[in-house]
Design a protein around this ligand. Sequence first.
Ligand code: ATP
Length: 431
Amino acid sequence: MNQLDKIVALCKRRGFVYQSAEIYGGLNGVYDFGPLGTLLKRNIRDAWVQSIFTTQNNILFLEGALLGSHAMWEASGHTQNFSDPLVDCTNCKRRFRADEIDLEKVCTVCGKKAWTDIRQFQLMFQTQVGAATDSSSIAYLRPETAQSIFVQFKNIMSTNRVKIPFGIAQIGKAFRNEITPKQFLFRMREFEQMELEWFCKPEKVDEYFPLWVKSREQFYEHLGINKQHIKLREHDKKELAHYSARTTDIEYEFPFGWKELEGIADRGNFDLKQHSKHSGKDLSVYDDETKQSYIPHVIECSVGVDRLFLTLLCDAYTEDTIDGEKRTVLKFSSKIAPIKAAFLPLVKKLSDPIHTIYQTIAGRGYMVEFDESGSIGKRYRRQDEIGTPLCFTYDFESADDNCITVRNRDTTKQERISIEKIEEYIQASLA
Ligand code: ATP
């Protein structure tokens, strides 16, 4: 089994991620997040919010609608440009993204060379809003969160006390009818984005662009991702998206190669200009200093929650041997780990006192677990596999010396600490 298959299996086995509608055969490119996955996602979102705020504190949030009107997506350029080149094999009927395969060669599935012409495939999911079936009712599920930020830019500015430069951030679902969803959470049809649009004066772009690139790089370091697996890649001119004047990707070395984790783009004033033109509404801003109006420029930082989820799993997944026994461990940083600590009685009959300790710590807002079933070795293995950094074990001496054993996930080293010090110990591990 390759590493990605092992991660997929672990995610299912431990309740991180399930194939959506699995009992009906699944829906390709769509996933449900189980109890641990939900916690991990929440930690990812929280860390992102904290990270953008520590870079610049004048950032506002938006929760835009998932459905968007045809007019909006036409103005943004998506109805015309948001497509991928599609090619079919007429022999085995498989579908491919034309830019991902060599059309000079035979089909990798059936070994025949029988390609159709390349066609552009629209990636937005189109739907109909209301009972009318004419073109006026066409709407789309958003393929990115950014557009609602641009469309609401003027409302946000006029109803909040903000001045350029400032940011609008959004975390939410996006939908793309990817031709070939693959590599688990890497390319999905329904996914979640964390996007920041930073509005500034045109002449300030060269100052803010590197600042955001640096900040985003530091974010991944802060999450404990191995620096060796992260690199920056600047897009060359012909690769740039229709809205972008400059893009730097932050790439991660996945088990299937170096791929984009996050895109940082200088969108210029493309979006606000387009929406101004198509809606007929003035989206310019008045500059008190120059006494002139201008359309702000935008730097965008965009990363997928799910793609980062997969990155964290790939980076944390480790197989090692402890005292001759093989184990699988997710070496998540404590900040991101779904469960911060587990409370375990050495044997079941010691459950009551440690359950009380567990309840006290849980009651103080820590995401912790209590587990009394099975052998202590098995319980440690489970906690290792879900990435819990600390296990506190109550044993036969605990009642007498008021101490507990704490086991470190990565080293498996154990030390004995006073029960009073448990919270302090967890706090220190989260710092
Ligand atoms: P790619 O080249 O991988 O298709 P993209 O350049 O189209 O990505 P963007 O439009 O820049 O992606 O989207 C911003 C971020 O959203 C990406 O860096 C990625 O983290 C995430 N993302 C985009 N598409 C998907 C998807 N289909 N599944 C999961 N995450 C995605």
